[in-house]
Ligand binder design. Sequence first.
Ligand code: HEM
Length: 165
Amino acid sequence: MNVRMGEETIDNPINTGSGPANYTNVEGNGETVECGVKYYTLEEVRSHNVSTDTWLIIHDKVYDITGFLEEHPGGEEVLLEQAGADATESFEDVGHSTDAREMLQQYCVGELHMDDRKKENAKDEDAENSGEFSHSWTAWLMPAIVAVVVAVMYRYYYVFEHKSS
Ligand code: HEM
């Protein structure tokens, strides 16, 4: 397929390579796909944005879905709209089945380069961290406040009871 040939000639995708580049197995039945061996920049993924050469990013993994366009049960159009871009949100919005997620594997050609994924994930991490912080903060503060209030109420009740009796 010309797409694959195109892929071979791709201009130096960054390979932080910690192992053999056995990602070429994606050309077979996909059972032995190893994602994460080859890293692509966002810019490079963006260049694969036509129907004869369609790549997508989903959860920081890069997929060459050219051969899947016509097979997609949700239609070719929706995929082409996302061509060369990060389709994580739209993929998740649809609520794809486990089968769909498994199908993804066979089209995986690598992962998004760390430098490009940090920008998005940094936001998530910040949100998560602040969430965790506030969560752990309220986790002990709220019971402490409740305890103090109960103690004060009990104290006043106790004093009041003793005064009135
Ligand atoms: C390569 C990635 C994708 C794969 C392997 C895939 C696979 C599938 C499969 C197997 C289905 C049938 C329903 C299911 O099993 O969940 C489906 C439906 C659908 N997909 Fe995808 N999909 C992919 C990407 C996307 C993206 C990026 C979008 C949106 C932009 C999308 C939109 C839809 C829609 C709208 C349906 C129809 C849902 C329905 O009729 O209920 N898909 N897809």
